[in-house]
Design a protein around this ligand. Structure first.
Ligand code: SF4
Length: 63
């Protein structure tokens, strides 16, 4: 599975980072970086939480 970021929607709120800090990181200026897009079943619950937490619905899960 892959985590997808809709960059035009992301406003750097950072809620996602709290759920999956190993996949996304936020710098001091509020710019999000996708550290790794691929994830497996063990991380799926945390990724779903990150997707649900994003106030801009900028995150989605793909194949
Ligand atoms: S929670 Fe959503 S808007 Fe905020 S940094 Fe993450 S992807 Fe971007």
């Amino acid at each position: 599975m892959k985590l997808h970021v809709e960059w035009t929607e992301c406003e750097g709120h950072g809620m996602c980072v709290q759920h999956v800090p190993e996949l996304v990181d936020l710098d001091d200026e509020g710019t999000l970086t996708l550290l790794r897009e691929d994830f497996g079943e063990p991380e799926a619950a945390a990724v779903r939480s990150a997707v649900a937490a994003c106030p801009k619905a900028a995150l989605s899960i793909g194949e």
